[in-house]
Design a protein around this ligand. Structure first.
Ligand SMILES: [Zn+2]
Length: 159
């Protein structure tokens, strides 16, 4: 079976930066619903279209096609007294975006002089990403999966 709209694709992947340093790899395969459901990077979907079990892809993505370009307004400096006493670099906090009302996930990136720098950019924002994947399984999606817009099952979405 070939990868086409409304198939569920299971794959293993590795992600590298521009220097070919490994950033991330699957321990367990992931599944997504193919066909423009925002289940995976659009360029990866494009490369996987028509592929079958055992096929591999190797896709290079500019930051805007991957995790985005870092935005300055997503970096904030806050007084330390708004944080718990045990705050340290690497901790994550949720905060509402006053403009959009969206919940943003901020990572503490620096603490100095009674202030903390928090950053809601994706940790991999700004990087050119090489995405290497191998197709493990392809199957037709169920009607439920198509109506939900995501894959169910062992490596898919759990309700
Ligand atoms: Zn669902």
């Amino acid at each position: 079976m070939q990868i086409a709209k409304n198939t569920v694709v299971t794959l293993h992947y590795e992600m590298f930066d521009a220097d070919n340093t490994l950033l991330d790899k699957t321990e367990e395969p992931i599944s997504y619903l193919h066909g423009g459901y925002d289940g995976i990077f659009p360029l990866v979907e494009e490369a996987l279209q028509g592929k079958a079990v055992g096929d591999s892809i190797d896709v290079k993505m500019e930051p805007d096609d991957a995790f985005g370009t870092p935005e300055e307004e997503l970096v904030r400096v806050e007084p330390l007294d708004v944080f718990p006493a045990d705050v340290e670099v690497g901790m994550m906090f949720e905060a509402d975006d006053p403009e959009t009302g969206d919940v943003l996930l901020f990572r503490v990136t620096d603490i100095a002089d009674g202030k903390a720098v928090v950053d809601a950019n994706h940790p991999l924002a700004g990087l050119t990403i090489r995405f290497v994947a191998k197709v493990v399984e392809v199957r037709a999606a169920s009607a439920d999966e198509v109506s939900h817009g995501h894959a169910h099952g062992e490596h898919g979405h759990h309700h």
